[in-house]
Design a protein around this ligand. Sequence first.
Ligand SMILES: Nc1ncnc2c1ncn2[C@@H]1O[C@H](COP(=O)(O)OP(=O)(O)OP(=O)(O)O)[C@@H](O)[C@H]1O
Length: 575
Amino acid sequence: MKTSQTFHKLMQYVRPYWFFLILSIGLAVVSVVTQLYIPILFGQCIDCMLSKGHVDLVLLSTYGTKIGILILINAAATWVMNVMNNHMAYSIVKDMRAQIMFKIQHLPLSFLDDHGIGDILGRMIADVDQISDGLLLGFTQLFSGIITIVITILFMFRIHVGISVLIVLMSPASFFVAKWISKHSYHMFQKMTQTREQLTSYIEEMVGNEKIIQSFGYGQRASQTFQKTNEDLQDYSQKAIFYSSLTNPSTRFMNSLMYALIVGIGSIFILQNALTVGSLSVLLSYANQYMRPFNDISSVVTEFQNALACANRVFEIIDAPQESPEEPNTLIVNQESVDWQDVSFSYVPDHPLIQHVSFHVEPGQKIAIVGPTGCGKTTMINLLMRFYEMDEGAILIDGTNIQNVSRHSLRQQFGMVLQDTWIKDATVRENLCMGRSYSEAEIEVACRSCRSWDFIEKMPKGLDTKINAHSLSQGQQQLLCITRVMLIKPKMLILDEATSNIDTRTEVLVQQAFDTLMKGRTSFVIAHRLSTIINADQILVMKEGKIIERGTHDDLLAQNGFYANLYNSQFEQVV
Ligand SMILES: Nc1ncnc2c1ncn2[C@@H]1O[C@H](COP(=O)(O)OP(=O)(O)OP(=O)(O)O)[C@@H](O)[C@H]1O
């Protein structure tokens, strides 16, 4: 997106706060006018001091009082303006984060899969903070800076046209120096933001998987990669700061040159009686006031450019195409029969994955999907739940095409227990109920039937014990997740069996809990251990996205094909 487009989009977030913006600009005018009038009064004070022993004290005290009042008005206006600006900047940032959060919930899963959590976190937290800093600086310094420049020119020209023209002509020099520097720093700020993003993702990945890293002895390699990215970040940050820190000294140098020139030329005008000493002091003070916003604006521009780079990344999320609009129809399920009709799908165009898959599931049947890793088992579930939309074919539930009903009503029919358990930092009860209300008896029955009551009962406060993912074993987490689904009483089930990292005794419990849950429900089971699906009504054997064999366990063993091989090899391993 072009910088002007990003700026325009950013301004749309400012629009709801137009009242505060106008108030802030009004207060900036008051602050600038009072600030500029004070030097005039000081100049008049100087001209009251005619010579040694000749001071007009009455006039001096009148000017003194006026100066005092103006200082008070200036302080009050500046303070209220800052409060307004803070309110605007933080409100805009709040709106932006809310919109990103909303958007994330409506983005297709493919966007989240492609970008990763670290990247999205970085955009939502660090980038939005940077936008807030840029906006705050923009509101506080850009507006008052521009107003200062305009009003100072008017005040200066009233005092002496010649010197005012000199000041106005010389001022762009320092501005262009600053602009040249900020162009270079923008590039570095962009690299700095990208690298910071990489670092966030990397830390998140490494800390989240610390146990695996330790067990593989990958720590040193991980540290080296971390160190390289960390050093890059240091390098880009230092370069960005190096360029941007050049702005102030170089513009100040240009200003000092101009200051010296005004004093030289001004003294000639005083000698010719065309200017008083007081007026020259006012002009010098104005030259200073006039140049300050240029210096401020140049550093604001640098900061604002950084904010625009971040805004660009934030808008990439906000503007990303949403999931296709929801169908108004609701899926009503009575029988729970499922039909897959010639379904094909690929994540990447021209790389077909699921190819012409068709099968029929009778109500209440248990369907097991087996096959080597990467054959597309999880993808089948992604299509059934419409996390991804199929390219061809149709899936019908009780004769209704799932494409023609709302995703929400489709997903409501299913209870899912996945390998990755999700335990909130909350009480056992909150983890089980997930915002719904159940009676104490309902919870206990569900817990008992799903074999989780034994360990919940032993907890210090039972259902009201606070838990998190680290305070429970993998098996206990699984049992809680199964109980959670049991409480919802879904019509159909999707189970991704996670029996690999739990002990044999708990595995038996989990299996019993799964069996209880599946009783009478149409269930899709992604099976990793074939011993757990021997009693499935239909086993679909997948290879490279196609169903290559199907039937019951006994049918498939009798076929003595791929499944029989797979089963025998697992069985041999166990023996
Ligand atoms: N979001 C994605 N974008 C692109 N390719 C993907 C995506 N998700 C999965 N794949 C690829 O699709 C193929 C099938 O993945 P899938 O997760 O369905 O396999 P699986 O049979 O469930 O494997 P496993 O048994 O290891 O869980 C794999 O080659 C995988 O790399």
